[in-house]
Design a binder for this molecule. Structure first.
Ligand code: GLA
Length: 396
């Protein structure tokens, strides 16, 4: 009898110890991408014309423009840095990047972090060397260079998936490939943000986090046109529940400052991405920015919405033809409310805050106008410019 109670006691103590250790582990867990990653990526502006000197210039400009101090951290090198593998299978850079470790040191020396790009397939989208069959080796190389972020782009694996025999087998091949690199990154012991890029296939938002993704592209490539940006951004409706600290929906990088959209349209781009808790990865040339581009990218109140600590993605509240209302709940009980006009001409809009979840009087601030609008109860009426937005912070 005595020994039975001793057993119970011992088991109890062991269980408590396990629970305490497990809860400590959980508390320490996801510091990687606790808020949506902010930084810059080379692809949208430079594509294949990216090299060591250009990356250094972007890091310099990220600091001198004030972007670093506004929260932009990652300097991400996209496709076309890859060289050949040596006899041991170790990947090397091509001649555009003479010394990746030295470049990483330079970027780190500016108080920034550095990202790189690869594919689970044998070749990248731009036909450079991929990680297929070398996942652990590549993760180790990245960690040795001091890499902090990996964008892992399906591309070259698609040819192999096409020969898999069935959609189920192709899906499994893709998921296994993402798990393989997740494990390889974890094995390095270095915290590396893991960015999945497979264009939103197979409803990646439903399983991206389970394969270790800190973010996953939900769409094909963005371009510097309002129609494409709007198609992607407004197409994110319904995905909010899949995002949260450490795992984000990624509607692709920013085009702000690349010249293909008007200031109103870029304001829509920034506002929508902030409501969507999207990664803010600038995709322009940071070394030649006009003051208005810097202002768009560094608006502190817009960034605060994007980076809100509650980590809740916003969603569409209503759509009436080209007029859409989107809202995002924020940690202090207020909401970011975007009144979007997708029509090319100005439109009068009216928003009833009860539809956005408020009762009684609300306090409003127009964020882009940097103006408090006072308290009101009646529906709010305003005119929204063509392809534009009125972005409000609404407090009960
Ligand atoms: C794909 C990705 C882009 C970019 C290119 C590089 O198209 O979606 O974001 O990384 O590959 O080749």
């Amino acid at each position: 009898m005595k020994s039975k109670w001793t057993m119970v006691l011992v088991c109890g103590v062991i269980c408590c110890a396990v629970l305490i250790l497990a809860s400590r582990g959980a508390a320490q867990a996801p510091t990687v991408a606790a808020t949506p990653p902010m930084g810059w990526n080379s692809w949208n502006h430079f594509a294949g014309k990216i090299d060591d000197a250009t990356v250094r210039a972007q890091a310099d400009a990220m600091v001198s423009s004030g972007m670093r101090d506004a929260g932009y951290v990652y300097i991400n090198i996209d496709d076309t840095w890859e060289g050949e593998r040596d006899a041991q299978g170790v990947i090397h850079t091509n001649s555009k990047f003479p010394d990746m470790k030295a470049l990483a040191d330079y970027v780190h020396g500016k108080g920034l972090k550095i990202g790189i790009y690869s594919t689970p397939g044998p070749k990248t989208c731009a036909r450079f060397e991929g990680s297929y069959g070398h996942e652990e080796q590549d993760a180790k190389t990245y960690a040795e260079w001091g890499i902090d972020y990996l964008k892992y782009d399906l591309c070259g694996l698609r040819d192999m998936m096409n020969k898999a025999g069935s959609p189920e087998a192709a899906h499994k091949m893709m998921v296994d490939a993402y798990i393989k690199m997740r494990d390889a990154l974890r094995k390095t012991g270095r915290p590396i943000v893991y960015s999945l890029c497979q264009y939103g296939n197979d409803a990646v938002w439903q399983w991206g986090a389970s394969v270790g993704g800190n973010l996953w592209r939900t769409t094909g490539d963005i371009s510097d046109r309002y129609s494409r940006m709007a198609e992607i951004g407004f197409g994110q409706a319904g995905l909010a529940k899949y995002a949260g600290p450490g795992h984000w929906n990624d509607p692709d990088m920013l085009e702000v400052g690349n010249g293909g959209m008007s200031t109103e349209e870029y304001r829509t781009h920034m506002s929508l991405w902030a409501i969507l808790a999207a990664p803010l990865l600038a995709g322009n040339d940071l070394s030649t920015m006009k003051p208005e581009t810097v202002a768009l990218l560094t608006n502190r109140e817009v960034i605060a919405i994007d980076q809100d600590a509650a980590g809740k993605q916003g969603d569409r509240v209503s759509a009436e033809g080209p007029i859409e209302v989107w809202a995002r709940p924020l940690v202090d009980g207020s909401k970011a409310v975007g009144l979007f006009n997708r029509h090319p001409q100005p439109m009068d809009m009216q928003v009833d805050f009860r539809e956005v979840g408020f009762k009684g009087k609300v306090k409003m601030r127009d964020i882009w106008a940097a103006k408090d609008l006072g308290s009101m109860e009646a529906p709010y009426r305003t005119t929204v410019p063509g392809h534009g937005v009125v972005l409000l912070r609404v407090t009960p």
